[in-house]
Design a protein around this ligand. Sequence first.
Ligand SMILES: [Zn+2]
Length: 263
Amino acid sequence: MLDSLPGWEIHLWSIVLGLVVGSFLNVVIARLPHGQSLITPRSACPKCHAPIAWYDNIPVFSFISLRGRCRHCEAAISVKYPIIECLTALLFLAAEMKVGVSSALVLRHWPWVSILVAVTFIDLEHRIIPDALSLGGAVLGLLTSLLPYEIGWRSSVLGFLFGFGVFYLLALLYLQVRGRSGIGGGDVKLLGMMGAFLGVQGVFVTILLSSVLGSVVGIGWARWSHKKDLMKFAIPYGPFLVLGALCYYLLGDQLWFQFMIPM
Ligand SMILES: [Zn+2]
């Protein structure tokens, strides 16, 4: 049935679905780190605790029509919510344009980008990466690698072991040299999960890109905030791994990318 739809209609549905899933990811990001249920209770205003009606919970549009304020107490609603919804919608569209409408899109690619969005914002806010996302995602990556045109279970298992192993060894080394842990266990499991989706090559490029991005931003941030010892302050590394992984995922088959990054 979906094959008969014109291209722009499929793109539109991808965006709409991405907005809805992005709205759910906002719930995941707010509740998963606290171990709260993702289903009940219904979303409420954090200030006045008034339940949010369905017509005030429409992704992006409600934020605009309410001008970013709670209908009851006028408390400001964080701009983070519509940003996460738009970001998810864009990634849903990009994944659909990359692999087309297929079982792999629904079972593997859309869940993959959703996990990356949740990981990024939970790590930024709480400095943790829940196992439900990293290890749960790894299981999903391994299982769905068997779908047609995907990387297959061997590449997926190798990618997982490579991602997990490289960062595990780095973490051990860092501990030996500096006497304290620099790479979090969450990052180790996250890179393993990425390997289950992207394979060994993807892990390699992800580490390369994320370390370059992380260094540039880290040095810039240290300069700007006048921190003397660069090694003594930590910014979460998860979001950089996500940026690196997304670059590989979205641009990996493009010629200029392969030219710039030896693979
Ligand atoms: Zn309120």
